[in-house]
Design a protein around this ligand. Structure first.
Ligand SMILES: Cc1cc2nc3c(=O)[nH]c(=O)nc-3n(C[C@H](O)[C@H](O)[C@H](O)COP(=O)(O)O)c2cc1C
Length: 185
């Protein structure tokens, strides 16, 4: 039980209009409800190595042109009044710079998007999942999307509740996997 309460998690996000930031905060709240020490962190403030050593790394960003943002889509977002703190690089660049893991580090990915695309896999979360797998993280949940009404939002209130519930489910999954990994063979 003590071990479960000692798990740590970062929820690293990119957000131009505040919607993904809100979802990241709700996911961190859900994790904390299950006794994981979780902190939401803007990727623009995430130093190199800052998340090393945590038990669970959750990352999420807005879907831009069916993927994680790129310099050209960030320019579009800023032209619409979005935050300019990612002008020098966003979640894609931060993930790309992460060290390759040994396969035991746990992770989960999410995004925000205007439409729920159930069968078309093109989204920021899928693009983040690809990068995480390339860096040999183990994903403990399917890439998950949260719905905004338009480019600038707002979020549906139900999505905040869903994000808290998703955070709780991530905590339970991480706790089970880490406990199983500690059991003697
Ligand atoms: C340049 C640009 C491209 C976008 N492309 C997509 C897209 O391909 N699919 C989609 O569902 N939403 C798209 N959107 C809407 C974003 O997903 C939405 O702005 C985002 O979820 C808001 O989150 P934020 O407030 O955290 O930035 C796009 C938005 C911008 C600014």
């Amino acid at each position: 039980m003590d071990d479960e309460q000692n798990l740590t998690a970062w929820v690293v996000y990119e957000s131009f209009f505040g919607n993904t930031e809100s979802i990241a905060g709700a996911i961190a709240s859900g994790l904390r409800l299950e006794h994981v020490a979780a902190t939401a962190l803007d990727v623009a403030d995430a130093g190199v190595g800052e998340t090393d050593g945590c038990d669970l790394l959750v990352v999420g960003g807005p879907t831009h042109a069916f993927a994680l943002s790129r310099p050209s889509t960030r320019d579009d977002a800023m032209a619409r009044g979005g935050d300019d703190r990612y002008a020098g690089g966003g979640l894609r660049e931060w993930l790309s710079a992460l060290p390759v893991q040994d396969g035991t580090r746990l992770a989960a990915v999410f995004d925000t998007r205007v439409r729920m695309v159930r069968h078309l896999p093109a989204s920021a979360a899928r693009s983040a999942a690809h990068l995480m797998r390339q860096h040999r993280f183990t994903l403990i949940a399917r890439p998950t999307g949260f719905l905004v009404h338009d480019v600038e939002g707002p979020l549906d209130q139900r999505e905040m509740e869903r994000a808290v519930a998703w955070g709780r489910s991530l905590a339970r999954e991480a706790q089970e996997r880490i406990a199983a990994g500690r059991e003697p063979a």
